[in-house]
Ligand binder design. Structure first.
Ligand SMILES: C[S@@+](CC[C@H](N)C(=O)[O-])C[C@H]1O[C@@H](n2cnc3c(N)ncnc32)[C@H](O)[C@@H]1O
Length: 229
């Protein structure tokens, strides 16, 4: 799945304009924050550009932002260089963190870019890092039946509600000619239905339930709240 990381590290066309990028990351930060206990040490794994990570950090004691894409990480490190609670890490730094050092881990819109084995390895790491009463939030899980048209319709509604509908239409055209569709058709997305993700989390030592709403703009995808057992 290295090609996906190269894609996210490039000047990709997924965000149709600056307003989309801003509203996307603000919505996610607000939704994530609503699931977190106050005063938590939080890891956001596969955080992407995380433009509004400061909203999550505001109610946390510490926020670790981790992404595999080096340019994304460099931009995060610059953006939050002076933030007292935010630290930017590479995936290899996470593997060596002390056991039971975190209260919450967020994995949002990442599982679909991982092989099932790679997700198992990550879940084992998260299980080790979380305290007994910690929480793992796995968001934007793509069910098997959800098509690219459903994703497109969700983005159109998000654009219409937030003043970037026209740019969304132009953005679709740009995305059609980008690497995104080549990667999505060649590599595919890893999909789980509710029972499969709940079972996968149970196999990694978590008791999970599906949240009533997904984090972010796409209600056809799923968020799971998992606790160590
Ligand atoms: C769809 S973006 C999601 C970004 C953000 N979480 C959001 O919801 O907007 C997926 C992100 O996961 C990162 N990623 C993919 N595989 C990863 C891995 N194995 N380890 C860490 N980050 C990974 C990518 O670099 C990319 O920034």
């Amino acid at each position: 799945m290295g090609d996906w990381i190269a894609f996210w590290d490039s000047e990709h066309p997924i965000y149709v304009n600056a307003r989309h990028r801003d509203v996307h990351y603000r919505t996610i930060a607000q939704d994530i924050r609503a699931h977190l206990p106050a005063g938590a040490a939080v890891l956001d794994y596969g955080c992407g550009e995380a433009l509004h990570a400061d909203l999550i950090a505001a109610s946390a004691t510490a926020l670790i932002l981790c992404d595999a894409a080096p340019k994304v990480r460099a931009a995060l490190a610059r953006r939050f260089a002076d933030h007292p609670k935010i630290k930017v890490c590479a995936p290899e730094d996470i593997a060596t963190m002390p056991a039971r050092s975190l209260d919450a881990v967020v994995l949002h819109s990442v599982a679909q870019y991982l092989t099932p084995d790679a997700l198992d390895a990550l879940l084992a790491t998260f299980r080790r890092l979380l305290r007994e009463n910690g929480v793992l939030i796995v968001g934007d899980v793509v069910p098997p039946h959800v098509s690219a048209f459903t994703d497109a319709a969700a983005l159109l509604r998000f654009g219409a509600a937030n003043g970037f509908l026209g740019a969304t239409l132009v953005g679709f055209a740009r995305t059609l000619f980008s690497n995104y569709w080549r990667l999505r058709s060649q590599l595919g997305l890893t999909r789980y239905d509710e029972a499969a993700m709940t079972a996968k989390l149970a196999g990694s030592g978590f008791s999970a339930r599906r949240a009533s709403a997904n984090i972010g703009h796409n209600p056809a995808r799923m968020t799971f709240i998992a606790r160590p057992v």
